[in-house]
Design a protein around this ligand. Structure first.
Ligand SMILES: Cc1cc2nc3c(=O)[nH]c(=O)nc-3n(C[C@H](O)[C@H](O)[C@H](O)COP(=O)(O)O)c2cc1C
Length: 196
């Protein structure tokens, strides 16, 4: 699989980090294209203590990237900006209301919004892990618009029935659900068994 992962300026940077780590480890994945929005850098600094854009990918992965390539959001000429590039889908995690609005309204005004637009027009899976609370009517309308265009609205709402011991485990289990949805069931994913 060849996937695109975007981090935007919503709370929940740890979820994006865990997604990138899981994809780097997954042998079914050959290539990952990674884009961090300008505003995600502020949230990465607040939530994960990662300052600046230098070596961001290595810092997120905790080591050198083997299959993940980072692109600037301003680089609207990157491969993933074209439908001719054989991508298998895109995950926006976390997805801010601003990025949701751009995608839902087809603005294609940066690489994240353009790659998402291409993903929709090529009828490939687009998973928007939106995060805000509470939602206003604009957010709700934009989620409906995006869903009607083919995106999956996959809110960052982690589970508690798996009794996560810390926030990283909570994020990992959420990422397992996202990746299973895109066709990559993960080892270690918690599966509910009612009679246990
Ligand atoms: C610490 C922090 C947390 C934020 N959390 C959210 C959030 O959960 N959801 C959201 O939609 N915006 C959130 N924002 C606001 C977005 O970062 C802001 O709207 C930004 O313009 C989004 O830009 P982007 O979509 O290009 O990343 C947060 C901002 C900061 C600094």
């Amino acid at each position: 699989m060849n996937l695109t992962v975007a981090l935007t300026g919503a709370s929940g940077a740890i979820f994006g980090r865990e997604a990138l780590r899981a994809l780097e480890l997954d042998e079914r994945v050959t290539r990952v294209h990674f884009i961090a929005s300008e505003n995600s850098l502020r949230v990465l600094a607040e939530e994960l203590g990662l300052k600046g854009r230098n070596d961001l990918l290595e810092k997120l992965l905790g080591g050198a990237a083997k299959k993940t390539t980072q692109h600037a959001d301003a680089d609207i000429g990157a491969s993933i900006a074209s439908g001719s590039y054989p991508s298998n889908g895109m995950i926006v995690l976390p997805c801010s209301m601003g990025t949701l609005a751009s995608i839902a309204n087809g603005l294609a005004n940066g690489l994240i919004a353009r790659a998402a637009d291409v993903t929709l027009k090529e009828r490939r899976p687009l998973i928007l892990c939106v995060r805000e609370t509470p939602f206003n009517r604009i957010h709700l309308r934009n989620m409906t618009l995006a869903a009607e265009a083919g995106a999956v609205i996959f809110p960052v709402i982690p589970a508690f029935y798996n009794k996560p011991i810390d926030s990283a485990e909570m994020a990992r289990q959420f990422v397992c659900r996202v990746l299973a949805h895109i066709g990559l069931p993960q080892p270690g994913a918690h599966v509910w068994k009612a009679d246990e």
